[in-house]
Design a protein around this ligand. Sequence first.
Ligand code: FES
Length: 162
Amino acid sequence: MELTLYASALFLVAYLVALTVRRLRFRRDRARMIGEARSGGKVVAGVDEIPAGTVKKFWLICGKYRIDCFVVNHRGQFRAYINSCRHMVTPLDFVRYQFFTEDGSHLVCATHGALYEPDTGLCVDGPCEGLSLHALPVVVDRAEIIVGCPSGDLSFLREMAD
Ligand code: FES
């Protein structure tokens, strides 16, 4: 009986510590993001860091949510999306950093194989066909890629936030 009580108390303390650390980290990152904001967004990479046909992952804090995102260079055009499949709430790169089909023509979700157009985010094949990845506004300024949060009601981010 006593052992169970001690174990429960220990678990509760560990949980509260983890929660506090998470909140502090969130506040630190949000302050940093606000402090470094430019053109209404976050500088996520230099243009040279993302050659055509490649992707870079990053996070954004939008309102009270931290979201995982990625920017893709599709034939010289930069597009950014929330890294969450439209079929189920899971990152496209379940296999880390594998976003493209073998021929490089589409973004692919590693979980069930949905295919997305890199330039529009539209799902063209798979269980989410007809839906689109959540796009983020992108600005290229002084050879840097700046990505902003979605506009409007952000409550849809709740299920994707980490
Ligand atoms: S979770 Fe992406 S296709 Fe099913």
